[in-house]
Design a protein around this ligand. Structure first.
Ligand code: SAM
Length: 275
């Protein structure tokens, strides 16, 4: 077995000429669900949002109105609404994907004060300001990240909070980036958001949340193909044996000793901007 840097070089070379289509539609949704279920990251992000909601309540900013930008199927927001049911006056989810917003509606519409904007793009949000505006793992998909952040700030009430959650360039994402590059997509990581916020001249806090996932999901008999495919955001059914071996080697060499054995780091950074 090689070291991680060498494994990445081998993987980069072995991906040349490979066909690794992007995940779309139902392929994306199913793999996303499997991936989230395998990582504690989502519930850690929810805890962090809950902590800030408690902070807002203590500051007595008034009734809490939430805006989740790129809400997806609402699974993250459900944790937040469930834990803070009495505290939240209204919740609005916005997502350009009609299937995701339909799933979100089905999941959350029984909570009081919920509303959903069909096929809403973050870039076009209008409306009354919200106490907390958050976008978890969404900034990768927008055309202009600076304008995106601007839009989020514009709809955050004075005294409120804006939060953007984005992955740092951890080893898992160094691997994923090779696939995105081969699909012609530019990746964006926490380091880029950090730079952008500094350039805009905003004061913010970067909260680094550590999470990890068992290596056994990525290799051998217990490997979960959906988890692997979501990790690299690509379908791998046409991948050659050489490239697959290189991929597994890259996962293996990036593993660390976690609480429950060998694990892959799956961190996320929350950028908090106080208005
Ligand atoms: C990785 S999912 C995250 C979903 C959810 N925030 C979560 O953490 O579970 C990214 C979501 O961003 C949405 N999205 C993509 N482009 C967007 C845009 N321009 N404005 C708002 N949402 C967007 C996608 O449709 C998708 O549902």
């Amino acid at each position: 077995m090689t070291g991680f840097a060498e494994a990445v070089t081998q993987l980069r070379q072995s991906l040349k000429g490979e066909t690794t289509p992007e995940l779309t539609g139902a392929d994306y949704t199913r793999r996303h669900d499997r991936f989230e279920a395998a990582s504690p990251q989502r519930s850690l992000v929810a805890q962090s949002i809950q902590r800030e909601l408690t902070g807002l309540a203590e500051k007595e900013v008034g009734p809490i109105d939430l805006l989740s930008v790129g809400c997806g199927d609402g699974a993250l927001d459900e944790i937040i609404l469930e834990a803070n049911a009495g505290q939240i006056r209204s919740y609005c989810g916005i997502d350009p994907n009609p299937e995701q917003i339909a799933a979100c509606r089905e999941r959350l519409s029984h909570y009081p004060g919920t509303s959903f904007l069909h096929q809403g793009m973050a870039e076009t949000i209008r409306g009354a300001p919200f106490s907390l505006v958050y976008a978890v793992h969404v900034i990768y998909y927008v055309g202009d990240p600076g304008r995106f952040i601007d839009q989020l700030l514009n709809v955050t009430a004075p005294g409120g909070l804006t939060m953007v959650a984005v992955a740092p360039k951890s080893p898992m994402n160094v691997i994923a980036e090779l696939f995105w590059q081969s699909q012609g997509t530019d990746a964006l990581f926490s380091e880029d958001v950090d730079r952008l916020l500094t350039e805009i001249g905003l004061s913010y806090e970067r909260e680094e949340i550590a999470a990890d996932m068992p290596l056994s999901l990525f290799k051998g008999a217990s490997a979960d193909e959906d988890v692997v495919e979501f990790t690299v955001q690509a379908k791998l059914d046409q991948l050659s044996e050489t490239a697959r071996t290189a991929l597994i080697n890259a996962f293996e060499t990036s593993a660390i000793e976690g609480a429950d054995g060998l694990s892959l780091e799956h961190p996320v950074d929350c950028f908090w901007i106080r208005r």
